[in-house]
Design a protein around this ligand. Structure first.
Ligand code: NAD
Ligand code: THR
Length: 375
């Protein structure tokens, strides 16, 4: 039981420190290299020290990398750190262009030992944890959402703490609920979401911050708005309509929206989202006065998006067939996001507002079809 005795000593020392005692405890735990999981299992505590020179590129693992955001993030990070320093992982089979664009590995975040093996064998130093079930699919399968979003997160936190990783976990506008201030929603306010997705994301924010204070984990978290991308499909969220409209408009000239025309939600173009992620991961720790930040770009309703799209495609026909589950979720989420802390602390600044977003989406999704229809 030397592990338990050593931990008890650390805890006793920490509790003697006035105030929260966070820093001394974090240092002590780091020095003896215990992960929380190793301590509780009591059976396989190992003593290792991973050190990397400041000039080394990080070695990045992205979980859930085949969703809407992961492939784009891998592309951005590979440009910066080198192709072989960024490993995409998922439980799905990658399309051939993704498979051939850089390292890909199978990883189920519910398999703790497999995760640990990947981190050890590849000398991972940064972990970007994208695996999740989003808001609408989460409501359709609560047990799976609970397993992936909560149990999976626990695995990730323990692996990251055990191996001294810098850990990024995205949160979302969905981490707020009907009792939060909605216009605008600040970083710190009531968070009582009514979806399993939102509950799991508040849990992730709190657990990450707890591990930061308790074990010195370098946890960084951004609350993303609804993300809009042209070359990747959304994974079953409430904001998906704002991606679908572009594809349907170009393909059929018609769009059926599943939210009411006046439903206002914060949104962001994917390039801004991925750049923000890299920026907060590279930000010097001393600039981060918080570990979980709102980030914002624009905020619009379906009606406003349709108007902007119709500037390019005047013949677009739009109907509304409201999905009650998604509508109830959207009605409980922020309408506008206050991201002033991110702007102040690490210089966050978005590039895309609504007109640039629409123009860029059409540039990607076939400007030829737009022009043909507009004429
Ligand atoms: N896309 C958005 O609008 C948005 C907004 C806010 C926050 N986020 C967050 O960003 C992250 C990435 O979002 P996304 O849109 O790419 O999600 P997505 O749903 O498109 O992709 C999630 C990926 O997780 C994978 N996954 C599911 N179970 C897994 C498991 N057991 N092990 C490993 N992987 C598993 C899926 O196969 C999928 O490829 C998520 O955490 C999400 O909550 C996204
Ligand atoms: C907002 C975000 O977390 C996701 N796009 C969803 O709608 O569930």
């Amino acid at each position: 039981m030397p592990v338990v005795r050593a931990l008890n000593k650390v805890v006793r020392q920490a509790l003697q420190v006035p105030g929260c005692g966070c820093q001394p405890l974090a240092v002590a735990v780091r020095n003896i290299s215990f992960s929380p999981r190793q301590v509780t299992s009591g059976s396989d505590a190992s003593f290792h020290s991973v050190s990397f020179s400041e000039t080394d590129h990080p070695k990045v693992l992205i979980t859930g990398g085949l969703g809407q955001l992961g492939v784009g993030l891998a592309k951005l990070l590979r440009k910066r750190f080198g192709k072989n320093n960024v490993i995409l992982s998922d439980i799905r089979k990658p399309p051939s262009n993704v498979f051939h664009s850089g390292p890909f590995i199978y990883s189920d975040i519910l398999d703790y030992k497999n995760l640990r093996e990947i981190v050890v064998n590849n000398r991972i130093t940064w972990l970007v944890h994208y695996s999740a079930l989003l808001s609408a699919v989460g409501e359709a399968n609560v047990p799976l959402a609970r397993a992936v979003n909560i149990t999976g997160l626990h695995n990730i936190l323990d692996i990251a703490a055990e191996h001294g990783l810098r850990l990024f976990v995205p949160s979302t506008i969905g981490a707020f609920g009907p009792t939060s201030p909605r216009n605008p929603t600040p970083d710190l306010c009531i968070q009582r979401p009514r979806t399993i997705y939102g509950v799991s994301k508040v849990h992730a924010e709190l657990m990450g911050e707890y591990y930061h204070h308790r074990y010195g984990l370098d946890f960084r978290c951004l609350r993303y708005p609804g993300i809009i991308s042209a070359d990747s499909q959304p994974g079953g969220g409430t904001t998906d309509y704002a991606v679908q409209i572009f594809h349907d408009a170009v393909k059929t000239g018609k769009f059926e929206c599943n939210l009411k025309p006046d439903t206002r939600l914060p949104m962001m173009y994917i390039d801004d989202c991925l750049r923000a992620t890299l920026e907060v991961m590279e930000a010097p720790a001393e600039t981060l006065s918080m570990r979980t930040y709102n980030i914002n770009a624009m905020s619009f309703t379906p009606e406003e998006l349709v108007q902007e799209v119709q500037k390019q495609l005047p013949d677009l026909q739009v109907t509304y067939d409201v999905d009650l589950v998604r509508q109830a979720i959207a009605d409980s989420w922020p309408m506008n996001f206050d991201d002033s802390n991110a702007r102040r602390d690490w210089g966050w600044k978005h590039d895309y507002d609504l007109p640039e977003l629409v123009q860029t989406m059409f540039n990607y999704i076939g400007s030829d079809s737009c022009i043909a229809r507009a004429n």
